[in-house]
Design a protein around this ligand. Structure first.
Ligand code: AKG
Length: 253
């Protein structure tokens, strides 16, 4: 795995970009500083203290989508130009924000996020290079809900969507992936991983006494078009099927 220490301003070298294109994932240390991570962590804790989460029937994580729309502090992180520049360099095509999400695994949440790909859930056609920046707002050692990836699995682009509460679902959809090597990437607060939207990934349960708090910026190809399939972010927006997702919710970056 390639791990990149940041330069200021952040530019990604060719080795990092080609490792991302080969593996579908790369870690970037200190993409934001530990101080910035602490400020965003505090904002995340305050914003979610009394909020209803989208995934409340599940123990996997508490999920809060599009926090950038009504939280001025977290908007800075979702629209952060360092993250957008790195994402664009890795993707190699112009991008839009698809949505952000805070994913919080409470202490001892008792549930893993099981292996799945992201893209099959999304109503996008022709997206050449969607990806997520998963930013640790607290230290995430392996036992605190850390992510594991199957490098190279981004080449499997025709799978049905997979149930992230079912440990075997990805492997029923694509049995060969069960035998591939896995890459587990602990992160310090302020580090992030970028992962391709087709890359299979999972996360451990949080076995610790502290919450695992991650902020995820999700980017997609600015030229992708809307399929009309149901999704909580696009339902009811009146988007035109077959046209790009030109809407204030999906700003280009
Ligand atoms: C994603 O960011 O695509 C995930 O699936 C995250 C899973 C997690 O944070 O537990």
């Amino acid at each position: 795995m390639t791990t990149t220490e940041p330069t200021t301003p952040l530019t990604l070298d060719e080795e990092t970009i080609s490792a991302y294109r080969r593996d579908g994932v790369v870690r970037i240390k200190n993409i934001i500083s530990r101080e910035e991570a602490a400020r965003f962590r505090d904002a995340a804790v305050a914003a979610t203290a009394n909020a209803d989460d989208l995934f409340k029937e599940s123990k996997i994580f508490n999920q809060y989508v599009n926090v950038w729309r009504d939280n001025d502090v977290l908007r800075e992180l979702t629209l952060d130009p360092r993250l957008a520049a790195a994402a664009t360099a890795l993707a190699g095509v112009p991008l839009r924000i698809w949505h952000d999400q805070l994913l919080i695994k409470p202490p001892h949440n008792g549930a893993a996020t099981e292996f799945h790909q992201d893209a099959p859930y999304w109503p996008h056609a022709g997206s050449r290079a969607s990806l997520s920046a998963w930013i640790a707002l607290v230290d995430v050692p392996v036992e605190r809900g850390c992510m594991t990836f199957i490098p190279g699995s981004q080449d499997h682009q025709n799978l049905r969507s997979q149930d992230l509460s079912d440990r075997d679902d990805l492997f029923r959809a694509s049995p060969d992936l069960r035998w591939e090597e896995r890459l587990t990437i602990p992160l310090r607060a302020g580090d992030c991983t970028f992962h391709n939207a087709y890359l299979a990934h999972s996360a451990t349960p949080n076995l610790t006494d502290d919450p695992r708090i991650a902020h995820v910026n999700i980017y997609f190809d600015a030229e992708a078009t809307y399929t009309g399939a149901g999704h909580v972010v696009t339902d009811g927006l009146g988007l035109t099927v077959g046209a790009p997702l030109d809407h204030e919710l999906f700003p280009t970056v």
